[in-house]
Design a protein. Sequence first.
Length: 265
Amino acid sequence: MKHEPHTRDRQDILDALYECAEMEDVHILYACESGSRAWGFPALDSDYDVRFIYAGRLNHYLTVTNRRDVIERPIDQGLDLGGWDLHKCLALLRSGNGPLLEWLVSPIVYETQIEALEPLRQTVASTFRPLPIVHHYLGLTRGVLEKMHSSTSVPLKTYCYALRAVLAASFVTERQERPPMTLEELLDAAKPPESVVERIASLLEKKAMSVESDRMLRDQVLDDYLTSTFQRVDAIELPRRTAAPSHEPFDLAFRETLRRLGELG
């Protein structure tokens, strides 16, 4: 069964964000697309996966009780809205969190408090560790390939997810830099064989006219490219564990952000 396309304009999304911030009494530092719309391969019925980083008031943190560090809203007419507290974000970034790094390079940004967000951005840039990110993307690729193994057909989005993950792992391994978020940029950097480029172009055309549940027969050219790229990157000897950076720059970024928001004197 076909679904109606989801359409949300920027103002709709901003209104939902501002309403959420007022209800929760928080500062929204940054909000962006985080799913297939930002990755460059939405389907007709793709949700708007809006993710945001927020900071609470000072008294939110000065308490002996446990408090939620996420904000989640039920999906409403294709709008999937969710946010993580600044304190949680900095702790996750210290451990090398892939999704958060993606948020920060999303091509679709709805809100950003540039000055208040700068301490977080500077800390990310100075403490970036490639190895946890490579492991993250290889893990995603491995999971998708294992799911595909016993199927003669797969959802179109499965190939898109696998391609983006394995190309991001390859990008980080080769350049020791944070990868771009879009599949197009990753393909430009990887320069796969022309036969693969043609198959991917056809895949993306179909994906743009599909719904999320649409499937396709397995494609041997794509299968071979995914498998060979995964095996090449996975064969590179990487330490299984790397020490997390000192907590001090993350603590400083947390306090400086609250100061810039007027929560600290």
